[in-house]
Design a protein around this ligand. Sequence first.
Ligand code: NAI
Length: 444
Amino acid sequence: MGDWFLEAGRNPLISKAVRGLSLPVSFPPELRRADGPFTESPLAGMTIRTTGGRCPFIAGVIEELGARNDDGSGELDGLVYDATGIMSPAGLDALFDEVRPVLPRLSTGGRILLLHEPTVDAATPVEAAARSALDGFVRSLAKELGRKGITVNRIEVQPKARKRLAPLLAYLLGNRASFVTGQPFEVTTRAREPADAPLVHPLSGKVALVTGAARGIGAATAIRLGAEGAHVVCLDRDQDLERLRDVAESCGGSVLPVDLMDADASTRIREHLHGSFGGVDIVVHNAGITRDRTLGRMKPEEWDAVMRINLRVILEVTDTLLDRTLASYGRVIVLSSVGGIAGNPGQTNYAATKAALRGWVSAMAAQLGRRGITVNAIAPGFIETRMTAEMPPVPREFGRRLSALGQGGTPLDVAEAITFLSTPGASGITGQTIRVCGGLFVGA
Ligand code: NAI
């Protein structure tokens, strides 16, 4: 089901008429979205301002990614504020003095990125307070600027992980993270770094498994991973075989019909990956279901089905693949949900499973970092798929509008985040839950 309000805003006649009536209505901004695979110059055509701090190399990195550095005049596509030297509230005043005057120069769909060192590593409580303040600043500014399609995010980087920043800068400043805002990222050396991290076709020669690939986020992910060079094994239920074949054809991959409710699902998956490919590099646990009902009325089978598909099978399959079927420097990505952060009435089962995954990725990342394997969760907000099309109209409309960007995301927005996390260059990011939610007002 399409977003009628976004469509109306795209229609020049309707938007002109609404402006003429001076109604207190503003249409959601049109978000910039990249198409096609990664390129050498993901920031080509953009003008970006970078400031001070302890990472002066960032201006050079941004230039290498194809952007022009700001000469102090004209429109800006991005601002990178390097707060790695922030020690006290005086540093916050400097932030205010630098960011505020630049805001009028930021283009629709522009980017603001703050960089600082981890709050937990601060040398003094005062320094910790200053670093921690950046979180509230970013979340609030994201909510203020979302109506212009501007995103505001924050990166906590360990000093020894600075050289792992470039791929994340390319992702967040470019046009593949348009629905990611108000989000903290951590860049660490927790997972070993692969020898090579190409920007273009980074997944060449890799094998990826995507569960629930017949439609929605899973289908978009399979297609994006395929476009970056991976062979994608597309898994879904037998009843979706036709759709699954279409997706596999679009991404140059293959099909694996398995019902994840079946007790032997994980052994069949392992045997297939091992037998046909000798292993797997990227596992995307995307299949998920809802069986919404308040707890008092929830039937045991509704609880069980959600526990099985959204949680148990993910733990089981991963465990089975850890016999070294999952390659070193592998990537595991699970689909959590903002519902697992904020909770929703009628979703005790769903929210419990999605929250469980946040704890799981954090603990798994600690275990697997030595093998170079990263484990992360994506928590989508409101994404336009069959799952959200089935919602009653009023909550559906609230889901779309109660966010900084005032609209739902697309399966591609989530697929872009998953694809980025699947690349060798994303080795600095592990154990995290990344919201792709357009800055939802609840749970973000
Ligand atoms: P969807 O309902 O469009 O697609 C899910 C896919 O999983 C379907 O193709 C379905 O056949 C497959 N699947 C379900 N049960 C299965 C089973 N027993 N065996 C094999 N495959 C099975 O869902 P959507 O919206 O694409 O969501 C994907 C993931 O993202 C889910 O984990 C969902 O919880 C999560 N998510 C989605 C949000 C949204 O707004 N659409 C928001 C937050 C999280």
